[in-house]
Design a protein around this ligand. Sequence first.
Ligand code: C5P
Length: 220
Amino acid sequence: MNDAVPVIAIDGPTASGKGTVAQAVAARLGYHYLDSGALYRLVGLAAVRKGIDLQDAAGLAALAASLDVRFDGDRIILGGADASDAIRTEEAGQNASRVAAVPAVRAALLRRQQAFRQPPGLVADGRDMGSVIFPDAKPKFFLTASVEARAERRVNQLKQKGNSAILADVLKELTQRDERDMNRPVAPLKCLPDAYLIDTTELSAAQAVERILDCVAKIR
Ligand code: C5P
């Protein structure tokens, strides 16, 4: 029904700057924004809180299907309580990546993500936006950066939030999460043949946003 609504897909690995860049692109175009990673983080968080084992595929899928979540501006409300900060820890990221490898969880979240496709358009940020959730997205982008640059950015983000962070630990966690996301059998993270590759190692977020907007303007 919403197939006529334009979707811009921005996929890429952890800490590639996708979130910041995708939100800015959405704001510039006046489009909606989907942070699909937040949904996997919420499933992980809710599972830990309810004591559901992260290997229990059926339990996780049921949880994902019934997840009581509301996106309220930049706040994310889970079961009536603000979970915006709780889902942003490194542990929540690792748990998200574990539950995201369960096919039934991905299936349970499919329609919820597709429902974000509303006029006048959507910028969708994740790992499988261009491959599975919105295969007709145009254009598709793959945002990446060297693992060292991504680890440094993550350390800075954590420090800004008042958390302590050790570069070597963050680098290790990030590498583990990338491995899991790229090698899982279902919806693995990959750069699609029809995606524009943007390496942000040497680019600021603002420069990445301009590149994406230039590209969007050219193909439309
Ligand atoms: O993007 P973010 O780091 O918040 O995503 C957390 C985790 O959720 C990722 O490491 C990945 O395993 C999973 N994810 C996914 N598919 C998406 C978005 C996120 O598998 N579309």
